[in-house]
Design a protein around this ligand. Structure first.
Ligand SMILES: *Cc1c(COP(=O)(O)O)cnc(C)c1O
Length: 370
């Protein structure tokens, strides 16, 4: 399944032959000044008229925006500014990168690209991130489950059993939400070697695992898609930016079916600026990891906590003496955690995000009073 021809055959026929929308920004291509001069940053209105070209092709308002910053121009539909920076960071070509409105957009588009409604199926490993199944339901793809074992390790035999010729996507979340553990790399490689469809590895939490990203396997596996997000370690959940990394063929399909201007100019600027502060992000990750250790130790002292599951993420899954009661008690103390007790193998489990040192202290104090 490592050959690109096979990947092409996995794509829905109507998507494979789609003639994508061609925007004004797509149709005017100059010597490169276009991106460099015009789309790097939103400019203050005073400089708008000094642009090298007069753009009368997109029905924008040349008089500018009713704001200090100018957003009167459509952004670059391919976000090359940001992709070039990310390409350096990830040591990949910009053509191997898709940017979406959160990684949720990439999940949505993967379903659209590969799954013919009422015919194809996807495989998920519950308990896991709920969006895979929601998107599959929206697009009319059958959901087949290959549950994790009670210790949250993956079950390759169950996956094989669930798989058939119409299995297009296998969602592997590593580290997994809500369980916190990462999946063994040997298992993921086994799936890349044997699964007949596309293997989607969601690395939303990988920055907290201390492990290399699966992006270093992209060259060998045209059936691999790696998802990352700016929402977690990068602290930019409000901006809504996610990434998919894959063979340029798969990325070209995602680009063909996305909304032309799916990332706003403001968002592109913010993320470009954030990338300049990667050192700050590294320090915050270290702080969260040290708080994770501290919180785990403190929780283990409490009578109402039966177990703290090992975590490679920025949250802890804990088994409690009574999840619903403790959840309600914490709510009354203005502390909101996630009740995961209705998920498979998660009876009486709460998922607790690692907060700031002060927030974690307040959580521990409240649980001490329970
Ligand atoms: C939070 C999360 C995401 C990120 O979603 P965005 O749309 O990028 O905010 C993706 N996958 C998993 C498993 C998550 O928990």
């Amino acid at each position: 399944m490592n050959d690109l021809k096979n990947i092409e055959n996995l794509v829905r026929p109507n998507i494979r032959s789609l003639k994508p929308y061609s925007s004004a920004r797509d149709e005017f291509k100059d010597d490169g000044r276009w991106t460099a001069d015009r789309l790097t940053v939103a400019r203050p209105p005073s400089t708008v008229n000094r642009l090298p070209y007069i753009f009368l092709d997109a029905n924008e308002n040349s008089l500018g925006s009713p704001l200090d910053e100018d957003f009167s121009r459509y952004p670059d539909p391919r976000q090359m500014d940001l992709k070039v920076r990310l390409a350096v960071r990830e040591q990949l070509s910009p053509e191997a990168i898709f940017l979406g409105n959160g990684s949720d957009e990439a999940i949505d588009l993967l379903l659209r690209a590969f799954c013919t409604p009422e015919k194809d199926n996807v495989i998920v490993l519950p308990p896991t991130y709920g969006m895979y199944a929601v998107m599959a339901n929206i697009h009319g793809a059958e959901i087949r489950v290959a549950p994790l074992r009670p210790d949250f390790s993956p079950d390759a035999a169950a996956i094989r059993q669930a798989t058939d010729k119409r299995s297009k996507l296998l969602f592997l979340c590593s580290p997994n939400n809500p369980t916190g553990n990462r999946l063994p790399e040997a298992f993921i490689v086994e799936m890349l070697e044997t699964f007949p469809g596309v293997v989607v590895v969601d690395e939303a939490y990988n920055d907290f695992s201390g492990r290399p990203s699966l992006t270093n396997r992209l060259a060998g596996y045209p059936n691999l898609v790696v998802l990352k997000t700016f929402s977690k370690a990068w602290g930019l959940a409000g901006l809504r930016v996610g990434m998919a990394f894959a063979d340029p063929y798969i990325i070209s399909i995602l680009n063909n079916i996305k909304y032309p201007y799916n990332i706003s100019a403001s968002t592109i600027n913010h993320v470009c600026n954030a990338l300049e502060n990667a050192g700050q992000v590294e320090r915050k990750i270290l702080m969260i990891l040290s708080e994770r250790r501290r919180l785990e130790a403190a929780l283990l002292q409490l009578k109402c906590i039966e177990k703290v599951y090992p975590s490679d993420a920025n949250f802890l899954l804990v088994k409690t003496t009574g999840a619903n009661k403790i959840y309600t008690f914490l709510c009354h103390n203005n502390i909101i955690v996630r009740n995961r007790s209705s998920e498979l193998h998660c009876e009486n489990c709460l998922r607790i995000t690692i907060g700031s040192p002060e927030e974690n202290e307040k959580l521990i104090n409240a649980l001490n009073r329970y």
